[in-house]
Design a protein around this ligand. Structure first.
Ligand SMILES: *Cc1c(COP(=O)(O)O)cnc(C)c1O
Length: 440
């Protein structure tokens, strides 16, 4: 099953069959679960999604940075097919199986640092973050966890507390978990300050508010995802990591969105040679199957008593088969280089376009994780309305585009790393036209 790698529009978007399904959905699916583009998908491959009306859309979102190896990648499909026919589940905590071990071996080899590591597998990013916090608190015997402005770590109770943005993620859903503290994030397009300087302010805030000896962990996305694709100024991450080392605080990198070749390296921490004590991964890890992990220093991970970590489905064998296939594809096809090539193609075009309008504050990104921040022309005031109009115009033209940002004013590009360059280029042309039309 391979969908032709081309954009084909047979109806308006969404088409009549999608609209009919949307009516059924409204009567049965909880309204709180929303969809960016209610086009119902029947099959997908590479960088194309095909819908129930026979339209083929260009995918510049990868299901939120998940299908890095392409949708329904053969390297994922074949081992998953084999695994599902062999056995579907035993529960690793009851009777284990080898591919769980192989995923942990890959994580030990691929994540930053050559120290001794251990991993535990889970189902979702939020669950991995919850467990990283559990591990950090128990290993250090300290209560506090520090998170950053604009952070996103999930939608469960603890991860809501760690997430910065109120509407829609937190508002009305409290009370939230205690002992979470928030400090400033380096945001070059808005603060224009050197990374070390912002890091100093952040650690001063920690020391004043609670004292380093109370802090179990500093949790950070090395490039923030939902918060606006914010890439901290050089020096920020290393300075925070150094302060953590000096104070017995664990540096926890949430690489759930940035991991697995997305930014042009296996992990975003690699760009500044930052070695986290613990790292959380999910999204791109398994080519679309639900899997997540906490990987960390063996001394910390092994300090957890037996049966204190786990879950019924964590490290399900089908998901592990998918992960091994996805990792093989990333390695054999050098998808980190593919991500860099995507950045090399897209960034100059978008930067050239930004020259022609006062409505773009910043075009930023690494590899295939690219953000465009929109403002009211000539100001720094966020413009979420224009951003939404641009995304909508792309959707109508059959290009799946996502937005993000604390202020909802960032278009983010997360194409599958295997996307055909002609297809990517066509998607960018649609985006450029939408920007020219709506962001004068
Ligand atoms: C998506 C995301 C999460 C949450 O992952 P889920 O699988 O949706 O629970 C956590 N952290 C970051 C950085 C993310 O991008």
């Amino acid at each position: 099953m391979t969908t032709t790698q081309a954009r084909v529009l047979r109806t308006e978007i969404p088409g009549p069959n999608s609209r009919e399904l949307q009516r059924r959905r409204d009567a049965t699916v909880a309204a709180g679960v929303a969809s960016v583009l209610p086009v119902y998908i029947t099959e997908a491959s590479g960088g194309v999604l095909q819908d129930v009306d026979g339209n083929s859309l260009i995918d510049l979102g990868s299901g939120i940075a998940v299908t890095n190896v392409g949708n329904a990648a053969p390297e994922v499909v074949e081992p998953v097919r084999r695994q599902v026919a062999e056995f579907t589940h035993t529960c690793f905590m009851v009777t284990p199986y080898e591919n769980y071990l192989q995923v942990c071996e890959e994580l030990a080899a691929l994540t930053p640092g050559d120290h001794e590591k251990r991993s535990a597998l889970f189902n979702s990013g939020a669950e991995a973050v919850e467990n990283a916090v559990k591990i950090a608190r128990r290993a250090t015997g300290r209560p506090a966890v520090v998170a950053f402005d604009h952070a996103y770590h999930g939608r469960t109770n603890l991860t809501m507390a760690l997430t910065a943005k109120s509407v829609p993620y937190k508002h009305g859903f409290g009370p939230f978990a205690p002992e979470i503290y928030r400090v400033p994030m380096s945001y070059p397009a808005r603060d224009g300050r050197p990374g070390e300087q912002v890091a100093r302010e952040a650690v001063e805030r920690i020391e004043k508010q609670l004292g380093a000896d109370q802090v179990a962990a500093v949790l950070i996305e090395p490039i923030q995802g939902e918060g606006g694709f914010i890439e901290p100024a050089p020096g920020f991450l290393p300075a925070i990591a150094q302060w953590c080392r000096d104070n017995g605080v664990l540096f926890v990198a949430d690489e759930i969105q940035t991991g697995f070749c997305r930014t042009g390296a296996w992990f975003a921490c690699d760009h500044e040679n930052v070695v986290p004590d613990l790292i959380t991964t999910a999204k791109g890890i398994a080519g679309g199957l639900p899997l997540a992990a906490v990987t960390g220093r063996a001394d910390l991970m092994d300090a957890m008593p037996p049966s204190s970590l786990g879950g019924t489905y964590g490290g399900n064998p089908i998901a592990c088969a998918g992960a091994l296939g996805a990792i093989r594809a990333m390695r054999e096809q050098d998808l980190a280089a593919a991500a860099r090539a995507i950045g090399d193609l897209a960034l100059p075009r978008l930067r050239a376009l930004a020259e022609d309008t006062d409505a773009i504050l910043d075009v930023r990104g690494r590899g295939a994780m690219i953000g465009i921040e929109f403002v009211k022309p000539g100001t720094t005031e966020p413009d979420p309305e224009t951003t939404a109009r641009i995304a909508k115009a792309c959707h109508a033209q059959g290009v799946v585009i996502l937005t993000c940002g604390t202020y909802g004013n960032v278009i983010r590009l997360l194409p599958p790393l295997v996307i055909d360059h002609a297809l990517l280029s066509e998607g960018l042309t649609v985006l450029e036209e939408a920007i020219r039309e709506h962001a004068r």
